[in-house]
Design a protein. Structure first.
Lengths: 251, 355, 224
């Protein structure tokens, strides 16, 4: 009788303990980080035994979700503004905040397009009727793009042609489908797709400063495991993966 | 008028409607029990239904010839139809209903609005709403509507079925007026003997989709061609019998345990049904002095049933015999169940039908 | 309410009305055929018509995107031959609304037609009316209440459309932004008061639509 009770207690303990052992870390990350982070996450899972769950989307959407209490452990944004917004509401652990990634903006066109784009001004041509942007009002890629074109004094002329999309990958998809003549996306996004080609790379001097901050979300229930993953993201191995995908390391 | 129906074959739920008939009367009644296919037949003539095979010709115009793929569209047949539920248009006024079938150009042949309204006595109803009419008023409006479309033939489906006795008595004259004053040939469907006898010249008996008999109304009623027709035209007593001998136009028939004298059939047949109308059986308490009646049967009263002004008496006369007598007569004779009584039937009132 | 918000309400109202008018002829014809006729494959047609009602709107939107996109069957034809774009324009909004509200109209109109006693139509024909005259003088007037109720609900469905619209028309300010799209975006941007104002208008419009269609359907049943 006593042996049976002991067995049941041990089984229950194991049952409860097991989930505790395999920790799940939830990362809310910008859409442009999709492919690189998936690779990094897979590698990390093998070495650490922890599980990484990703939620990719527009940084503006993700920030909104975190504000509403979504269970994120880490926020990896495509611009400082969204992170600042959460910091101001004291939703992130400022001490863990780091920005190590940069990116470049490019104008992409469908593979079979004959368009030549040599400058921002070319976008005002009549041959370009629709340009896909991640929503220039909120999504970082679109905000950057708008900043660039405003800087080049052509935003007013181009704005009527803008097709705002949910996030930068949706803008890419729009160009891939051929429903728009061109799109403004990150260089790293263009690298992923086989159906588009880069028509123009925005020179660093014309573009706004692009930087990807990452931080621990204060209400995280796996703070320790999350911090471990953040350290991994800041380290050498991850850095190499990011570079391979085309990100710029801001060291 | 002449309505020719040939090769009609229309499968229905339980049987196939197969009709060959020619209707020439002013008023023809299609007579039979419910479910015999009478409404389907009307629908076919009006063009509202298609049959597997059919040939329908009205006067000199072929309306349907399935074999030659001829089918005149409903709206060009000029055949009026008054269905059982009248189908007055609820969203239109009485006047709009009446004028619905009116053609823009009225030639001299068109029946005048005033005349129809007058004959059917609906002048005062013309501006009313259709939904506020009584049963009899609706009936007359439906009739008038069909007439005002100047039909060459008028079909009526059980025109009196939904009316009570007093109302029926009121409407029957209107139908008569349509026959006499507007001279529009009519074919109407009913399962009521009284209506058939009152209004029609010719009759077609339809049972389970087949024409059992056709001819003048009086002939069919008095000389039913077979047991089924006999049943439907109201022979209360239907008894199998055997003709044992025929002599000078009279036949001796054995029915049950008794022998009867009846009028012989033209084409002699051994096995017959003996058909006797209830009204033709006379009941007598004592066997009185001589009478001309050939068939006097000693019987016992099995049951008595009131049927309105009449009493239906079931007798055991050696076979089940039914008599219909008036209530005063039943009271006067003090009829009671179990009583012995004599049933008397004239020879000419016993109809033989080959079996 | 700002001028921009009024523009969105106005735009939403007229595309909803336009899409309902566009589906009316074909929708009524199909509803009549479903009510009065039988043919092999009828159940397949019935199922296809009901699909947009049951499928996730974004899924329907995806199908429309493929068909009306520049490389799609219809969109490609229009783009190559007429230099005419459908996706990412107001025309795509009309297409999305039409497709999504079509089943609603057909459903209600079919029931309305079925409730018209076929005997009335038959008798009208014996009185000399052609099938077309019967349809317009007998069938339609008697089915009118049910059909109008169906139209109102179709408009209401169009007013509230989101999933298919965002797929095929995007959310282009001033060009394809509808009430629902705008509410979504405002919430995304954190502009809650903005969103709630638009929400209020949506509720009012939906309420009026459903209430008036209920009213029509109730009146109809009272007729003898």
């Amino acid at each position: 009788m006593k042996n049976q009770t002991l067995l049941i207690v041990l089984l229950l303990a194991a049952f409860i303990a097991l989930p505790l052992r395999a920790v799940e870390v939830t990362v809310f990350a910008a859409a442009s980080l999709t492919d690189s982070l998936k690779e990094i996450g897979a590698a990390y899972e093998k070495t650490s035994g922890d599980k990484i769950i990703f939620n990719f989307g527009a940084s503006s959407t993700l920030a909104r979700q975190i504000e509403a209490g979504a269970p994120a452990d880490i926020f990896f944004s495509a611009d400082e503004a969204k992170m600042d917004g959460l910091a101001a509401k004291e939703l992130i652990d400022a001490g863990t905040r780091k920005s190590r990634l940069g990116n470049a903006l490019v104008v992409v066109v469908p593979n079979d397009s004959a368009l030549e784009i040599k400058s921002a001004g070319n976008l005002t041509n009549d041959s370009i009727k629709k340009i896909a942007f991640a929503d220039p009002k909120a999504v970082p890629a679109g905000v950057y793009g708008r900043a660039w074109l405003t800087n080049m004094q052509v935003w007013a002329a181009i704005e009527p042609k803008v097709i705002p999309t949910e996030n930068v990958r949706a803008a890419l998809a729009a160009v891939e489908s051929g429903n728009v003549e061109a799109g403004v996306v990150f260089k790293t996004d263009a690298g992923i797709s086989k159906k588009v080609k880069v028509a123009y790379e925005v020179p660093a001097k014309d573009a706004p400063k692009i930087s990807y901050p990452m931080a621990l979300v204060k209400d995280s229930k796996q703070a320790d495991a999350a911090k471990k993953f953040l350290d991994y993201l800041a380290a050498e191995e991850a850095g190499q993966v990011f570079q391979r995908f085309g990100f710029i390391l801001l060291e | 008028m002449s309505l020719l129906l040939k090769n009609i074959s229309l499968p229905l739920a339980d049987f196939v409607l197969e009709v060959e008939a020619e209707m020439r009367g002013r008023v023809t009644v299609v007579f039979g029990p419910s479910g015999a296919g009478k409404t389907s037949l009307l629908d076919l003539v009006a063009g509202l239904r298609r049959a597997k095979s059919a040939f329908i010709q009205l006067n000199d115009r072929v309306l349907t010839d399935k074999g030659k793929n001829i089918s005149v569209p409903v709206q060009q047949r000029a055949i009026g139809y008054v269905p059982q539920d009248l189908a007055l248009f609820p969203h239109l006024s009485v006047r709009q209903n009446l004028l619905y079938g009116r053609k823009a150009e009225s030639n001299g042949e068109a029946i005048s609005f005033e005349r129809v309204a007058g004959v059917l006595e609906i002048e005062s109803l013309v501006d009313r709403s259709v939904t506020k009419l009584s049963g009899g008023e609706k009936q007359r409006v439906a009739l008038a509507r069909a007439l005002l479309a100047s039909p060459r033939l008028l079909l009526l489906d059980e025109p009196l079925a939904s009316l009570d006795a007093p109302l029926k008595a009121k409407i029957i004259p209107y139908l008569g007026r349509i026959r006499d004053e507007f001279k529009v040939p009519m074919i109407f469907v009913t399962h009521d003997r009284a209506e058939a006898m009152t209004l029609a010249d010719e009759m077609v008996v339809l049972v389970a989709g087949k024409v059992m008999q056709a001819g003048r109304v009086a002939d069919v009623f008095s000389r039913p061609a077979n047991a089924e027709v006999a049943k439907y035209v109201g022979m209360e007593t239907l008894q199998p019998g055997r003709v044992t001998s025929v002599n000078e136009g009279l036949a001796t028939v054995e029915a049950g345990s008794v022998t009867l004298t009846a009028m012989a059939l033209e084409s002699p047949s051994r096995d017959v049904f003996v058909c006797i109308r209830g009204e033709d059986v006379i009941l007598q308490r004592e066997t009185g002095a001589g009478s001309s009646v050939r068939n006097r049967l000693a019987a016992r009263i099995v049951s008595l049933r009131q049927e309105g002004a009449l009493v239906r008496v079931e007798l055991d006369a050696g076979f089940p015999l039914f008599a219909l007598v008036t209530r005063p007569a039943a009271t006067e004779l003090a009829l009671r169940e179990g009583d012995p009584i004599t049933g008397m039937i004239k020879t000419s009132a016993i109809h033989l039908v080959p079996r | 309410m700002t001028a921009e918000e009024w523009q969105i309400v106005w735009f939403t109202a007229w595309v909803s009305a336009l899409s309902t008018l566009l589906i009316l002829p074909f929708g009524l014809a199909l509803a009549w055929a479903l009510a009065r006729r039988d043919w092999p494959g009828k159940s397949i047609v019935e199922t296809l018509v009901s699909l947009p009602l049951v499928m996730p709107p974004v899924a329907t939107g995806l199908i429309l995107l493929k068909v009306f996109g520049r490389r799609g069957g219809i969109g490609g034809f229009l783009h190559d031959h007429f230099n005419f774009d459908v996706v990412f324009t107001w025309r795509a909004v009309v297409v999305a609304l039409s497709v999504m509200s079509f089943p609603m109209l057909v459903l209600f109109a079919r029931v309305a037609f079925e409730e018209v006693n076929p005997r009335l139509e038959q008798i009208a024909r014996t009185l000399g009316a052609s099938p077309l005259r019967v349809f317009f003088t007998i069938t339609m007037p008697l089915a009118a209440r049910g059909i109008i109720a169906g139209m109102i609900l179709a408009i209401a469905r169009a007013l509230g459309e989101f999933g298919a619209t965002i797929m095929v028309a995007g959310n282009i300010p001033g060009k394809t932004t509808t009430l629902s799209l705008s509410i979504f975006q405002n919430v995304e941007l954190g502009e809650d008061s903005h969103a709630f104002r638009l929400l209020g208008i949506s509720v009012v419009l939906a309420f009026v639509a459903v209430w008036s269609s209920q009213f029509l359907l109730r009146r109809k049943r009272k007729l003898p």
